[in-house]
Design a protein around this ligand. Sequence first.
Ligand SMILES: *Cc1c(COP(=O)(O)O)cnc(C)c1O
Length: 387
Amino acid sequence: MAAVTERRQPEMVGEATFAGLAQPGIRALKAYDPGHDLVALRRRFGTERLVELGANENPYGPSPAARQAALEALETAHRYPDPLGGGLKRALAERLGVAPAQLLLGNGSHELLMQFAQVFAGPDAAVAMSQYGFAVYALAAQAAGAPLQFAPAWAPDVAMPRGHAPDALASVVSARTRLLYLANPNNPTGTWIAADALAALLARLPDEVIVVVDEAYAEFADAPDYRSALSLLPRHRNLVVTRTFSKAYALAGLRVGYAVADAGLVAVMERLRESFNANSVALAAATAALEDEAHLQRVVSANAQQRPLLAEALRARGCFVHPSQTNFLLAGFGEEEAATAVEVGLLQRGVVVRPMAGYGLPQCLRITVGTADENRRLLQALDEILK
Ligand SMILES: *Cc1c(COP(=O)(O)O)cnc(C)c1O
């Protein structure tokens, strides 16, 4: 091994040289920013002392049954996974009341979000999304060489500050729009579109626009006016709902997500799906996780208990906290300098949150709702900084 590491690297040609050889959509693309170098931070602080509230992960961990199923699946890791993901699809189909043919499995839903643009968007097929929509949508559109149509979000001083504005979304859609992405609830704002407003928006959009409603946080939503778009599927063949096992099911490290849509739409997506994109360990764990409803309920209740407590504590410290139906809060600190000082101060104290400058919100930080203990450590560090 030593000989390998000591060998001199060949001279590198600049990234720009190869970018010039890449497809037009890729030339100007910036790679998705996954946040801080957590591997280095864990080494520096130790996993026990580091408080990781930057990636909307589930602090309670997966169902023990999912863990067990993953371990058992390792016994057959020398075999390729089921290329059709049949077991998980059957379980999901039963749970959601859809046909297995309406399901598409992904290596995380991120993969599927990218693939929708590969399949449906391009230089003559534009992509519509809301300001403060999830960053992956813009990346997917750019990679496909598709024009982006941004709809302005609600103002910061209304009931759903910086949330998606359905009228604005409907009016950026034009004859050349082929794909519309919308997270409900949204990341990074935590805001949501009410059930009747979403239904009305779908009714206004042409059938030729594929509407991807990203429900990565749906399991956490409990507002009386929130409803999953799954119930709208029978009425809209252009509707796609994506979900993930990364958040409420706490399997982020295993990478499983799925889309629910018209079977014909799924069949077209299948043409481009990598045959073994969902691995066998992930398939087994996700299937078991889905069956452990009690575990999911414990996670969701714990989050529902902690979320308002953390929001209130942040408000008491002068933050502007956006309404949230997720497992994170978008907190405004007034000025960019204040948010940066808090972010840096928290990091020095081993508390990781997510800066929002990439979203055009440099005055905000996105903070995962942690366990009671994690939230207490966050607030304690915040108090030291604000003192
Ligand atoms: C976390 C997240 C996802 C899920 O990503 P995975 O690839 O399934 O881990 C999708 N959409 C949004 C808005 C998210 O925040």
